[in-house]
Design a protein around this ligand. Structure first.
Ligand code: OGA
Ligand code: MN
Length: 209
């Protein structure tokens, strides 16, 4: 098995959280970066605030990124390769951790300067099929002063309605070569505003098909 899969399995088993080297090779990460830049400049990413449902306005107060979902079987080579590798990770995690994850949903995300995603969870109780959250950062250059960290909170020591009072478990700079994986129900987390454009490929392993 892929050696980096072992590290992710161990970290998820022990802490529910992995922050470390990406399973995507550097060349693929840079192809994904080129891809999301092209999609972004062609206005192919959509704001979370765009939508017909009543929740759209509510959502825009929480998050201000723009996203584009990948197809089930992407035609674009970098997307296809990323999905193949992430599906392999899904299979390895299922085997080692009995996750029962039957599918992966993936989207590119673009946070323009100042955009953020306020403290939230990726899954609430049984209402959501998400079991593991994955984030692959794409920016080849990132300075500490650019901000845009993902902050992950420890939810065991504070009530969920006051996540800011909870200790920080991790602060992750969104730089290419880094990935994050965590059990979707375990950790409140937020994306801080950045001074520059912030790009990622984000996904969830899901219990449903
Ligand atoms: C999300 C999320 C984290 C990040 O999209 O739900 O929390 O670092 N993203 O982009
Ligand atoms: Mn999230």
């Amino acid at each position: 098995m892929h050696e980096s899969f072992e590290n992710i399995i161990d970290a998820l088993a022990e802490r529910g959280l992995y922050v470390g080297a990406s399973i995507l090779p550097a060349s693929l990460t840079s192809q994904l970066y080129e891809r999301v830049l092209a999609l972004s400049s062609a206005a192919q990413l959509q704001s979370a605030r765009v939508g017909r449902d009543a929740r759209a306005a509510e959502v825009s107060a929480i998050r201000s990124d723009q996203t584009r979902w990948l197809d089930e079987k992407p035609l674009e080579p970098a997307e296809h390769e990323a999905r193949t590798r992430i599906e392999a990770l899904r299979a390895a995690l299922n085997e080692a951790l009995f996750l029962g994850a039957r599918s992966a949903e993936l989207h590119f995300a673009h946070y323009a300067p100042g955009a953020s995603y306020k403290t939230h969870r990726d899954q609430f109780g049984d209402h959501d099929a998400r079991v593991v959250s994955l984030v692959f950062y794409l920016n080849p250059v990132w300075q500490d002063a650019d901000g845009g960290e993902l902050v992950i909170y420890d939810d065991e020591r504070a009530p969920p309605q006051t996540p800011r009072a909870a200790p920080q478990l991790a602060r992750v700079l969104p730089i290419a070569g880094t990935m994050v994986a965590f059990r979707s129900e375990m950790f409140p987390h937020e994306v801080l505003p950045a001074t520059t454009h912030r790009f990622s490929l984000t996904g969830w392993l899901r219990r449903d098909g």
